[in-house]
Every structure is written in structure tokens, then in C-alpha cells.
Design a protein around this ligand. Sequence first.
Ligand SMILES: [Zn+2]
Length: 426
Amino acid sequence: MILAPPTSRGQSVWLHVGTLLNGTSRTPGRDAHVVYRGDTILFVGPDGRTPPRDLLRPGQEKPDVSAPDATLLPGLIDAHAHLFLEGGELSPEKRATYLKQTPADLLLHARARLEKLVRLGIAGVRDAGDKDGVGLALSKICASDARPLMPYVESPGAAIYHQGRYGGFMGDALENYVSPDACVAARVAAGADRIKLIPTGIINFKRAQVTSEPQMNTEEIALLVAAAKARNRQTFAHASGDRGIDHVIAGGVDSVEHGFFIRDDQLARMRDQRTAWVPTFSPVQKQVEHAALMGWDKPVTANLREILERHATSLVRAHELGGIIIAGSDAGSVGVAHGYGLVEELELMERAGLSAITVINAATGVSAERFAYQEKLGKIAPGYRSRFILTEYSPLKTVANLRQPRVVVFDGAVFETELSTSDCGM
Ligand SMILES: [Zn+2]
């Protein structure tokens, strides 16, 4: 196990590592020095460049940790998770019972996950919505002076969908407002950090396609996007099925979430518009892994595999085209645990054919740059938060190495972490 640095409160900590992944560069830094104090990175020097003395403790002559075999990378960001849901739970009955709890109890359970996420190396979570105010409450706690040990959390509050269509379990219908603008205004007034739209249905696994009509047309999405922009909020859209994805791209949202059955021409248009893609392989992968329990027969399971293969091909295509790819696990979905699920998602992206560095950047700096989080996380750079992972198991060999024992630094505090694959009940 790598030597853990001391906790940094008021004093500087100096690390010297063999490999530095800064969150955005595709070229790893070598022989790198990093100095941080408390929650802030002060100095980053690759290629053996040592820090100026005035940033160090008086009389400090050598690094607190010198680890030529270690890799330092930013703490991970899950750009799509539902913190109100218990992801590891597989039983439909137990999931249904869980959701019958009061909003206060749902919040209590969600709060209990936060410290665990920090210890796993999760620096930030872009919550993808709930109708009971759980995400909004967490976002407020995160921004408060009474913040407990927790990752950065932001939330859209209730997702926007059409009455009678998919999304009722996490949304508040557009029909409840006099106009799209009034709907977005209400979200922002409630504290939404960004606006979540549900413009399509979900995949019909038996037929291996999205069989329902899109919920929203382009004009409606454009109105919602304009209302959000007017209030300085980004928009993200649940969208699967190429017809619905057409509406979403033309409507000008900041990101397509899921995007199953996306076409290559859509990926090219997204690149041109800088529309990000959060492909969320995990929820479908879990349906394959637990096919029998989910009640899927052989033909349906074959459909699921085909959907995943097609999604993998699209992911590689998106990368070749130069599109913005961002990692999100959809944790909270059936079988997708918070924290652990993100590492699994990264493995699926790598298995699809992306390089480890592309996948890591998708869960760190690329995510931070495109989604403009309110805390400076996701990069190893001066002024950014001191939230990183220190490991002797190179994640450049495979991102699966992020399961190996590692040290997590979070705003200067230090945790020694062993990600157990069996312990996934959150
Ligand atoms: Zn979701």
C-alpha cells in the first residue's frame, strides 16, 4: 500500500509521483510534484519541476510522499446519478417499498451514502433528479456552512416530463404550469442547479427499440432550454431512440443522457454544437447480468446484448468524431450502486474501445469543463480542490485498477480505501 500523506489543514503537503493525470490532458505528466494546502491545490509541476519554497512548510526539504510508481489523478465525478434511489437493490418489491418512504426518510438514506462516496474517491455527483426534493436538499447542504463530509452534489430537482408519460417517479409534469417558462422558473426558485428534461420514453427491451413516441417536440424543448439559459442554467435531457434524440439535439440541450439508438449523423451534429453525451451503459448492463432475476428470457437477453454492442460502437464513433463524452453511471437504477457503479461504468466504456485516459478524463476534467460545476473539481491544477486518488495500480493499464487499494485525498483529508466488489448495497 502506498504511503498516505499527512492530513493537510493549515499546512502545505508536497507529493512527488511518477505519473500525473490532470483530468484533461491526453498525455500523462511524468515525475510530477504537487503541493496543496487544506482544500486547495497550490502548485503542479510535471517533468521534475519542483515547487517554490514559499509554498512549502518552513524548512521542508523533501516531499511528504515520494512515490515514483504511483499515479495521481483527480477524484471522480459521476455526471448522472439518482441519490434518492438505493442502486444496489435488485428486488422489485424491495425497491417499491423503499420508494414509499417519506421524503424525509429518503433524504436520511441519501445522506448516509455521502461519506461513503468520498471514501471511494467520488469528488462530485451531478444528481439527475427526483420529485421529493432529496437532491435539492443535498445540494443545499453541500453549499451550506454545515456541510458534512460529502462530495460536491448538485441537483435539478424534479425532472420535467409530460403528464401520463414516462418519468412520473422522478418528475413533476409540465402540465402543472402555465408555460414552459413558468415551469423552469419554478425549478430555479426551488434551487435547481440545472434543468432536467425527459423528452422521450425508455427502451422496450422485448422489442429492442424505443416504441413510444417522443414526449416533447423540438419547439417545446427549445422553449425550455431558452427559459433555462435566461436563468443561467444548463439543461440535460433523458433521450433514447433516434427520433427523440433528433428533437433534443435540435432543441439545443447541453447534454444527451443515455442516448440509446443514437445515429452517427447525430453524433456529428452533437460535436458541432458541443452537445455532450453521457452514455450510461450500466443500467442496461445490469439487466443482462441479472437477466433471470429480471424475468428476461433468452431472446430478450440477446436483445439487451445487441443494444449494448451497438451503444459501444456508437461510443467509439463519438470519440473518433471528436465529440464530448462524459461518464455517468445512472446509479440508483436497478443494480447500479452509488460509487461502485461509476467504476463499473468506466470499465464498460473502456471495454467498448475507449482508451483508459479518455475514460478517466470523461469522469474528471472533461466533465468539469463542459458542465461547469460550482466547485473547482475534476482537475489537478492550481486553484482546484485538493480531491484526488493516489494509487500504485496504474489506471492507465486498465481503469479496473481503480478497484485496487488506493489513497483518497479529499479537501486535504486522507482516506485509505479498498473498493470491495461484493459490498455494493448503496
Ligand atoms: Zn437517470
